[in-house]
Design a binder for this molecule. Structure first.
Ligand SMILES: [Zn+2]
Length: 106
């Protein structure tokens, strides 16, 4: 096992915990991950990037639950990126349900 660093946890351990959260399977947003793991949102994105890449080879799939406009219901179905869209292309609203993330095991 990795030894703990000054901030308490190694990146490895942190990603392990993040994967356990994502494996619950109901979709977890960046804010929840940030709060549960006690790291800033920008670090959550960095770890998600890494997890999404490293999963490809292991029979598990990283899934992005698409963002959705809370004003008109538009679903950003073709936008399977990690980072949320800025505004809705249909109504131009900025009141968006941000993407959520999960790991699907096959
Ligand atoms: Zn909209």
């Amino acid at each position: 096992m990795n030894s703990r660093n000054a901030s308490g946890e190694t990146g490895q351990t942190l990603r392990q915990r993040m994967m356990e959260i994502l494996l619950r399977g109901q979709g977890t947003g960046v804010r929840e991950l940030s709060q549960e793991l006690h790291i800033p949102e920008r670090e959550v994105y960095a770890h998600l990037d890494h997890i999404a890449r490293s999963l490809a080879a292991r029979g598990r799939r990283f899934d992005v639950v698409a963002a959705r406009c809370l004003d008109c219901g538009f679903v950003f179905a073709d936008r399977r990126k990690l980072r949320p869209p800025g505004r809705c292309p249909r109504c131009r609203g900025t009141h968006l349900q941000r993407p959520q993330y999960r790991i699907i095991t096959s």
